[in-house]
Design a binder for this molecule. Structure first.
Ligand code: ZN
Length: 696
């Protein structure tokens, strides 16, 4: 492992942060970031660091203080302010207590913050307080875990790291671990560090650099030891990846359907998950090894991983993965096994079961699938799964057998309140666990629709023809909503392009729940002057495009088996057509009729299909409507108006004198998409009141 310490960078950190935070915090932050830069040391809030220094109180007196990483901070992006200052002398006195419960420990840590606004200190803070050295680094290093989580791990660690490293058997994190660590240190205070079995590594030093370097040295020693014990491996088969992705496209909707949890609410009958595949040559080769199942279907590397990955992954044999029934049966079996584990581990204690769905699914020939309530959670699982599989893969090559923490300890951690607090229990937004596809996303109405769906938490595929328009809308929305935005270039008139686009969506999030058909073209011409080619151009987009997407979505919804929603952006012209607007009105009427048919055909699958019929939406903020760019000039000529005049003409012709916006159209779509009423085959006008255009 590379030693990243740079005297120049450390000096720069000192110059930058010392005036405001003091030299100790400046160096603490610098060294913490170096640890965080190494993914094989810590991941996602894992690990923690501290420095014992002073705090200047209001009277100008310097009090001894422990600065420890606060919960919610990652070492990789540490800032001086990410350390909670704690009253060190008091915390040290707690060591004399025979016992301290988890809830009391969290309370006492919060109560002894010297800065009341500081975030909650790490749940491992007492460990840092009880250990005497000034600088302490704690990581969950892959190489250490590769050795501690094997049968005979203690002997392996001793052989790899030598005699001047303390080895502590597994102790549940909290007060008991803090005391055990302090007592073990007192026995051998001149050691270079301490390995916590099935947990990680602790190093310390008289300077930030010394403690950091010890971490790097010990991890490097463990890495070298592992490398010397590993069997050589044939190079992985790169062609297997292409086949795995193709299989995944078929498999993902079945898995997503099987994972969805049935609810008692008929309007929202499923709690769905977002999937993120982990497919690479190494993982495929690992999953293909004979007898690998026992090693891989084992508890997570540390109890820190457990709250994200659940106690065990789900193993799906390729035969079971080939049919929806097979996948469903395997998921059902997993859930039963989870409840059996809970009954055993809770041993009569009353606990409210957490959700019983797997977070990691392993399928030979396909890869690993990471499961989360949203894309962010799935991405986090993905990182942890990548690390876990790499570590267990190294063990396999060493010929080792996995030994995780006991069922009791798994349970203690999974249901450990301070640890679960890390998961955060933010309320799920209305569409937080669903995937939407919006066609015509680069247009005025389309971009407004995508924006409002994203605000409601949906994962949204922005579908439009390839080009700058799509990229610009996607970039704007990605800046706000990150990984829940996926631009998909698609020509809706080409069934192959539709199928490919849907595949892209499935590979990204696992499936589709909400289809918004918004792509449309307009053309102005009297029937007398109509060029048939112009008419057919509209027919291809407005009718055939709608048909291709409805067909593809229907097949997908059937495969997934958890219902769905379709909303067609229709138009007031379906009910009140306009002269010189035949191609548009007729093709939109055909699309409207297709959607009504879909409502009849798909209802038995739990799919609702509804229509929203707006009148003239001119723009969405700065984005002008393409449809009006086509139609506007003719309408202005016909009525002798300029652009502003035309807009107010449309406004004044409705009963409410309302100016119709993309947000109004999006609100109507949300009304259906969030299933406020048990409606299907229904049209909701968004037109300010046009009696001629009222659906009947
Ligand atoms: Zn830890």
């Amino acid at each position: 492992m590379e030693n990243r310490w740079s005297t120049t960078d450390a000096a720069q950190a000192l110059t930058r942060d010392t005036p405001r935070w003091g030299a100790d915090l400046a160096l603490r932050t610098y060294a913490s970031r170096l640890l965080g830069a190494e993914k094989s040391l810590v991941l996602h809030g894992g690990g923690n660091t501290s420095v014992k220094s002073v705090w200047t109180n209001l009277l100008g007196e310097a009090e001894p203080a422990l600065y420890v990483k606060a919960s919610g901070w990652n070492l990789a992006t540490m800032e001086p302010g990410g350390h909670a200052p704690l009253a060190l002398p008091f915390l040290q006195r707690l060591q004399s207590l025979p016992h301290l419960g988890d809830a009391d420990m969290v309370q006492v840590l919060r109560a002894h913050r010297l800065e009341p606004d500081a975030a909650t200190p790490s749940i491992e803070s007492l460990l840092h307080a009880f250990l005497p050295p000034k600088w302490i680094d704690h990581t969950h290093a892959d190489a250490i875990l590769t050795l501690t989580n094997q049968e005979g791990g203690r002997a392996l660690i001793a052989e790899a790291l030598g005699p001047d490293v303390i080895i502590l058997p597994y102790v549940h994190p909290g007060f008991a671990l803090a005391k055990a660590v302090a007592e073990a240190f007192a026995q051998a205070p001149h050691s270079r560090g301490m390995v916590l079995m099935k947990h990680g590594l602790l190093t310390w030093g008289e300077s930030a650099q010394e403690s950091y370097q010890r971490t790097i040295e010990l991890v490097s020693q463990a890495e070298a030891f592992i490398a010397s014990r590993m069997q050589p491996q044939p190079p992985p088969d790169a062609t297997a990846v292409t086949a795995a992705w193709a299989r995944y496209g078929e498999f993902a909707p079945m898995l997503r359907g099987a994972l969805a949890v049935a609810t008692a609410d008929p309007d929202h009958p499923w709690q769905r998950f977002i999937l993120r595949p982990l497919i690479n040559p190494d993982i495929l080769a690992l999953l293909d090894q004979p007898d690998i199942q026992t090693l891989l279907v084992s508890p997570p590397l540390t109890t820190d991983h457990l709250i994200r990955l659940k106690p065990l992954p789900l193993w799906l044999a390729p035969e079971a993965a080939a049919s929806p029934e097979g996948v469903r049966a395997a998921v059902e079996q997993y859930r039963q096994a989870y409840h059996a584990y809970l009954t055993t581990a809770a041993a009569g204690m009353a606990v409210t079961p957490l959700d019983d769905s797997p977070r990691l699914v392993l399928i030979p020939g396909i890869g690993a699938v990471c499961v989360g309530q949203n894309s962010q959670e799935a991405a986090l699982v993905w990182d942890l799964a990548l690390q876990t599989l790499a570590v267990k893969g190294s063990m396999a090559r060493m010929g080792g057998r996995y030994e995780g923490v006991s069922v009791q300890d798994q349970f203690a951690m999974e249901y450990y309140a301070p640890q679960r607090a890390k998961l955060g229990q933010a309320a799920t937004p209305a569409l937080g666990r669903s995937v939407a596809l919006v066609t015509g996303a680069a247009g005025a109405i389309g971009s407004g629709l995508c924006r409002e769906l994203l605000v409601q938490g949906a994962h949204v595929a922005l579908v439009d023809l390839p080009g700058e328009g799509l990229q610009a809308v996607a970039a704007g929305l990605q800046a706000v909503h990150g990984s829940r935005v996926l631009p998909v270039a698609m020509d809706v008139t080409d069934p192959q392009s539709v199928a490919d686009g849907l595949q892209q969506l499935i590979q990204q999030w696992g499936g589709l729940d909400l289809l918004v058909l918004n792509a449309g073209l307009a053309h102005v011409s009297s029937l007398e002057a109509m060029q048939v080619e112009a008419f057919l151009r509209l027919q291809r987009v407005n009718v055939e495009g709608t048909l291709h997407l409805l067909s593809a979505a229907a097949r997908h919804f059937r495969q997934q088996g958890t219902g769905g929603d379709v909303v067609l952006i229709s138009t007031k012209n379906v009910f009140a057509p306009g002269a010189n607007f035949g191609a548009y009105s007729a093709t939109k009427a055909a699309a409207h009729q297709l959607a009504r048919i879909a409502s009849l055909e798909l209802a038995s699958m739990g799919v609702r299909v509804n229509m929203v019929a707006p009148d003239g939406v001119f723009s969405d903020g700065q984005r002008p409507s393409g449809l009006w760019a086509e139609v506007g000039p003719d309408r202005m000529r016909a009525r002798g108006l300029d652009a502003a005049g035309l807009e107010s003409y449309y406004q004044n012709r409705n009963l409410l004198k309302a100016r119709i916006t993309a947000t109004h159209v999006a609100n109507a779509v949300l009304f259906f998409a969030t299933r406020q009423t048990p409606s299907t085959g229904v049209t909701l006008p968004v037109d300010g009141g046009l009696p001629d255009a009222t659906p009947r």
